[in-house]
Ligand binder design. Structure first.
Ligand SMILES: Nc1ncnc2c1ncn2[C@@H]1O[C@H](COP(=O)(O)OP(=O)(O)OP(=O)(O)O)[C@@H](O)[C@H]1O
Ligand SMILES: [Mg+2]
Length: 250
């Protein structure tokens, strides 16, 4: 395939989403090429989490199209399970299974969903735990790990399904400050390795350094879509100026 015919890894066109009368995504247009890192910024309630959740179909949309790697999002059934495997998601709360060890958490989906033999799943899980720097925690239970270690385990678990896209929704917001960097470092490594990523975060250092692109949302709309340099040095809209004024004087 030529570059021109390669579909974007994520494509959203004319996407609208309502919660009852509340119009939470307004005509969202977004194309994310393979390997790009997009940071999503915006005030509370602007629709950032909803945007992420529509991309792996945790939330249905009311109109428009969403495609992942050229495939429209399936409505339900087996196809939906496949899509969920293509799109990894990491949330603010780590959501690890408390009664399973770290390595069992990472092995679970490949064994259950992909039917990967346990020995192979274990080998891959150990490699992923190495990659996120917690191989020595493999046999522990989640409660025995720090928040930063648990979040890195959650990233390893998402990677175990070999996703094409990783979505991060405020992955460091629940962490003690001293643990934020270790998680951001893992994410930066993933970005360098070419993963396509959409990251909702308040970590402006990460946005400046790791993002190829920043989108700013306000009231369900993508108001700005630019490079980090442009966004931070010369935001175009008053809403973005206002937002930056608030967070940068914190
Ligand atoms: N399940 C739901 N039912 C009804 N309204 C919802 C639901 N989830 C979100 N909303 C509303 O949709 C809007 C967008 O919410 P969303 O969680 O996407 O915002 P956000 O930008 O992620 O905010 P935050 O920065 O606080 O996480 C908000 O007004 C919110 O109250
Ligand atoms: Mg949110």
């Amino acid at each position: 395939m030529t570059a021109a015919s390669t579909p974007p890894m994520i494509r959203m066109a004319g996407v609208d989403k309502f919660f009852g009368p509340l119009h939470v995504l307004r005509n969202v247009q977004l194309e994310v090429p393979k390997g790009q890192v997009v940071v999503v910024l915006g005030p509370s309630g602007s629709g950032k989490s909803t945007l992420c959740r529509t991309i792996n179909r945790l939330e249905p949309i009311d109109s428009g199209v969403i495609e992942v790697d050229g495939q429209p999002l399936p409505a339900e059934g087996k196809e939906l399970a496949r899509l969920r495997a293509d799109v990894g998601m990491v949330f603010q709360s780590f959501n690890l299974f408390a009664h399973k060890t770290i390595i069992e958490n990472v092995m679970l989906a490949p064994v259950k969903v992909r039917k990967t033999p346990a020995s192979e799943a274990r080998k891959t899980a150990m490699e992923l735990l190495e990659r996120v720097g917690i191989a020595n925690q493999a046999e522990k239970f989640p409660a025995q790990l720090s928040g930063g270690q648990q979040q890195r385990a959650a990233i390893a678990r998402a990677l175990a399904m070999k996703p094409k896209v990783m979505l991060f929704d405020e992955p460091t917001s629940a962490l003690d400050p001293e643990m934020v960097q270790e998680v951001l470092d893992v994410m930066t490594g993933l970005a360098k390795d070419g993963m396509t990523m959409l990251v909702v975060t308040h970590e402006m250092g990460f946005a400046r350094k790791a993002a190829d692109r920043v989108i700013f949302m306000s009231d369900g709309e993508v108001v700005e879509d630019s490079t980090p340099e442009e966004f931070f040095s010369a935001p175009k809209s008053n809403r973005a100026k206002d937002f930056l004024g608030k967070i940068l004087t914190h």
